[in-house]
Design a protein around this ligand. Structure first.
Ligand code: CO
Length: 222
């Protein structure tokens, strides 16, 4: 799952600047055919019950892989689906999703074969992005005993993908945004998922939580 060589990369030669605009026309036509009021309804507002924090990877689009439609999932994506405490973009999305949209679920979704994790597990230098990937190396350090014992490189990488999701789900729980929601009795669950690009299957990492019981004491706001 961690293969470095691309063998059968999807042929995207038909995607051009113009084809995107043509695609938009088809999208409008198809939706209006099913429901003439489709866009009017969407324009009246959004009420998504889910916030998705996923990887920017083009193969992991939140809506398509969960069979959901526009209006159903609020989305934040970055390289390797990270929840970094000083990331104002992520925090703003989280704050808006939890406090204004009042989502019921926040899901961190990683994926096997994640380029960000593969890069982080290597000893290569990639430039600016190394500063972002450092957070993944920090997760490796915390779980080094387990990871160093996995001899197969692909398996080790897959496990780091899973641990990265689990740690970032906990990072969400550590935010004052999520803890205050719980303190105020808001129904909010945090989850961690890993998607397989090879099979299309989502695996639940079973770290779902709706209170701060699992957090180390130092992270709890009381
Ligand atoms: Co990725």
């Amino acid at each position: 799952m961690c293969a470095k060589k691309k063998k059968h990369t999807h042929d995207n030669s038909h995607i051009t600047y113009q084809s995107l605009l043509e695609g938009n026309k088809k999208f409008i036509k198809n939706h209006l055919k099913i429901d003439p009021e489709y866009f009017e309804k969407l324009a009246s507002g959004q009420n998504p019950p889910v916030l998705w924090i996923g990887c920017a990877d083009s193969r992991v689009p939140a809506n398509q892989i969960t069979n959901t439609a526009p209006g159903e999932i609020f989305v934040h994506r970055n390289i390797a689906n990270m929840v970094i405490h000083t990331d104002m973009s992520m925090l703003s999305v989280l704050d808006y999703a939890v406090n204004v949209l009042q989502v019921r679920h926040v899901i961190v979704t990683g994926h096997y074969g994640c380029g960000g994790v593969i890069a982080a597990i290597s000893n290569k230098e990639f430039g600016l992005i190394d500063n972002w990937l450092r957070h993944i190396k920090d997760i490796y350090r915390v779980h080094a005993d387990e990871l160093d014992n996995i001899k197969d490189e692909n398996q080790r990488c897959d496990r780091l993908v899973e641990l990265n999701v689990i740690e970032n789900a906990y990072n969400l729980c550590k935010t004052s945004i999520v803890q205050n929601a719980w303190k105020n009795g808001q129904l909010l669950s945090v989850h961690g998922w890993v998607y397989s690009i090879r099979t299309g299957i989502i695996t639940d990492m079973k770290v779902s939580t709706s209170n701060n019981d699992k957090l180390d004491d130092v992270f709890k706001f009381k």
